[in-house]
Design a binder for this molecule. Structure first.
Ligand SMILES: [Zn+2]
Length: 257
């Protein structure tokens, strides 16, 4: 298991899976979405988005028609890939329009497809457990709503007998760090003390969502690695806060290997 910095993206390899985390570099979109924006809902030309998604999918040796993505809504619903043919359902295909499926996690056992989430500050998380893989888009609302636990429950069923013998491996990708995630007291009150960081002189608390996700994953027995990058601080990344809400989305893609 290992994380590697490939300059304009990161890769994660684990027993049975590989994932990539793109940055804003290497795409075709103009400012302020420059340049590898994969989001369809941020005002970009869909042709640019498709070109950027093609570039991202190729990092895992795939075409975007073999990548599944959903419309992320900061909830805890999990989309499970039940397809039995070579084709992905049209409503989740990454080369189609905006998905009609609302969810914040995806699970598949198929080797010929990848799962994708779009990210600007929320956490991308990939998990492999035996023959099953998952991709999660985890902001604080989804964490609190139990998206990690819901995904692990679907993964456990999808993995079948492998659950008895295989250790789940996970990676948490680039996300807004506790260094920058200032929140209101109302949000902080939803999380336990170790996740809420108070700094001398700062009137408001900060939230360590990475620590919260790590705790939840480790509670389920996951071995966890990190791309320990703050999206607001690293100029290679899109950041919802850093771009004043006007920037694009980078991607995490995961597939079986
Ligand atoms: Zn930061």
């Amino acid at each position: 298991m290992a994380v590697a910095d490939e300059d304009d993206h990161w890769t994660w390899t684990a027993p049975g899976a590989q994932a990539v985390f793109t940055t804003r570099e290497g795409g075709v979109s103009p400012a302020p979405l420059d340049s590898l924006n994969v989001g369809l809902h941020v005002g970009d030309d869909p042709a640019n988005v498709l070109a950027n998604r093609t570039h991202a999918a190729a990092l895992l040796g795939l075409d975007p028609s073999h990548v599944a993505g959903v419309t992320q809504v900061h909830g805890a619903d999990v989309w499970l890939d039940l397809a039995r043919t070579d084709e992905l359902p049209r409503e989740v295909r990454w080369d189609g329009g905006r998905s009609s499926v609302d969810a914040d996690a995806l699970v598949t056992t198929r080797a010929e497809v990848a799962l994708a989430v779009g990210i600007a500050d929320c956490m991308p998380i990939a998990i492999v457990w035996g023959p099953a893989i998952a991709a999660i888009h985890a902001g604080w609302r989804s964490l609190e709503g139990g998206v990690i636990e819901a995904t692990l429950a679907v993964l456990r069923r999808a993995a079948g007998n492998a659950v008895a013998t295989d250790t789940p491996h996970a990676v948490i990708g680039p996300a807004l760090g506790a260094c920058c995630m200032e929140v209101g007291d109302d949000v902080a009150a939803r999380f336990d003390a170790p996740v809420v960081v108070r700094r001398d002189g700062a009137p408001r608390p900060f939230l360590d969502t990475r620590a919260d996700a790590l705790r939840r994953l480790e509670a389920a027995g996951c071995v966890v690695e990190h791309v320990d990058v703050c999206t607001k601080d690293d100029p290679r990344c899109f950041s919802h806060r850093g771009d004043s809400g006007l920037g694009g989305r980078q991607a995490m893609l995961v597939r079986r290997a």
